[in-house]
Ligand binder design. Structure first.
Ligand SMILES: NC(=O)c1ccc[n+]([C@@H]2O[C@H](COP(=O)([O-])OP(=O)(O)OC[C@H]3O[C@@H](n4cnc5c(N)ncnc54)[C@H](O)[C@@H]3O)[C@@H](O)[C@H]2O)c1
Length: 382
């Protein structure tokens, strides 16, 4: 019986943003070891990162194609790959590893087109491989608590959703094209690399998934107004949404809102009560039952749901944050792959990670928003 997995990473050199967050999060539970990598197309940066993690030199690869082919032939090859490259490469890299029989965890957004997304699903199904898409906020403990409360019927039938993801870091681009914070902002604003959307693709997609995860609802159609302020892609998006239960909601996604750093806020309104969760204060949930004063639920307390208690890592009052959200996604994904390689069947708790169905919904959402905005905010079905 295996008690740990070997993983490889594509992207995420030492200067990158999110690759290091993944490596740190995977290390939380000690059940997967970084064994191979192609961290950059830049040979120096690739070697620098591989050496930093003390990888065997022959497992620091010049290309992801070579990595997939060679790792799949080794008896001690990687069990899964983590894809943390910019958006335009996700499809090609994921497809290469699936074809070689290797499980995948890929960053969001999954890929550029619905056809690509469906092809990845077809390949994963055909090869019986697991595929996670890293909608990271669904790993947050109190987001799981919100999901448990909503699933239990505590706030009744959902009748309205009001959610926002506000940042300010591109406000200098409005009308000026000033390129401050080049490291974060550069490729995200390039259609060749980011895809058909910047703001909706990068952060609006997190609203779409977090709401869907909390409520179990899927989007039916959207009416969107996207603003690009003279840039090639959108920096601001106001989106009217309709869910498959008929409820409506508003998603506001922006990178030009002064005073907001990473303000993902989700408010779910039901016939019996309401729930609010704020990403920048992730350890609490505001729960208000009809006719009652508002209550603050704290992570780690005795009254939380069984699922929240299972996923708890620190005593209440000791903040868990983004690293733990990532670690919780890995906890589930690694359990799933580990059980699979040991010939066991993953249970529902193991499978509690965003998958290709979620990735496909995300791609549809981005396309529907862009199409709607181009049609003067007409309703567009997903
Ligand atoms: N889930 C989240 O909360 C979250 C947060 C940030 C970024 N992301 C996503 O993660 C991805 C990466 O974003 P980032 O901000 O870390 O970007 P980044 O530009 O900081 O890093 C990208 C890395 O990919 C490497 N790379 C590019 N092409 C490559 C190739 N063909 N082979 C090997 N390496 C290659 C680069 O050298 C770099 O190391 C994006 O898809 C983004 O949307 C998700």
């Amino acid at each position: 019986m295996r008690d740990y997995l070997r993983y490889g990473m594509v992207g995420g050199d030492l200067d990158a943003f999110i690759g290091g967050v993944h490596r740190t999060a995977i290390s939380f539970d000690g059940r997967a070891v970084l064994t191979a990598g192609c961290f950059s197309r830049d040979v120096r940066k690739n070697k620098e990162c591989g050496d930093f993690y003390r990888l065997d030199g022959e497992r620091i690869y010049d290309s992801f194609e070579e990595m997939a082919a060679r790792e799949s032939k080794r008896a001690d090859g990687i069990d899964f790959v983590v894809i943390v490259t910019p958006n335009n490469t996700h499809y090609q890299i994921a497809r290469a590893f699936l074809k070689c029989g290797i499980h995948v965890l890929c960053e969001k957004p999954l890929c550029f087109t619905l056809e690509e997304a469906c092809e990845l699903k077809r390949l994963a199904d055909e090869k019986h491989l697991y595929f996670a898409v890293n909608y990271s906020y669904s790993g947050t403990n109190m987001v799981k608590e919100a999901r448990a409360l909503i699933t239990s019927g505590a706030i009744g039938k959902i009748i309205n959703v009001n959610a926002e993801y506000l940042q300010e870091y591109l406000v200098d681009d409005v009308g000026k094209g000033d390129q401050k914070m080049v490291k974060l902002s550069s490729w995200r604003k390039d259609p060749e690399v980011a895809g058909i959307s910047n703001c909706v693709g990068d952060i609006g997609s997190h609203i779409e998934h977090t709401v869907s995860y909390m409520t179990g609802l899927r989007l039916k159609r959207v009416a969107a107004a996207l603003d690009s302020f003279g840039q090639p892609l959108d920096l601001n998006a106001n989106i009217l949404v309709e869910f498959d239960n008929g409820a409506h909601g508003v998603f506001s996604s922006s990178q030009v809102c002064v005073g907001h750093m990473n303000g993902l806020v989700v408010r779910i309104f039901g016939t019996e009560g309401a729930i609010e969760w704020q990403q920048e204060n992730p350890n609490v949930l505001l729960v208000t039952m009809k006719g009652q004063p508002a209550q603050i639920y704290n992570r780690g307390m005795g009254y939380v749901s069984e699922r929240s208690a299972q996923m708890n890592r620190l005593p209440s009052g000791h903040p868990e944050g983004l690293f733990v959200a990532f670690a919780n996604i890995y906890k589930c994904f690694i359990s799933t792959v580990l059980k699979t390689v040991n010939g066991q069947t993953p249970d529902a708790g193991d499978l509690d990670f965003p998958d290709l169905e979620d990735g496909i919904c995300g791609v549809k959402f981005i396309h529907a928003c862009v199409e709607s905005s181009a049609k003067d905010s007409a309703w567009v079905e997903l």
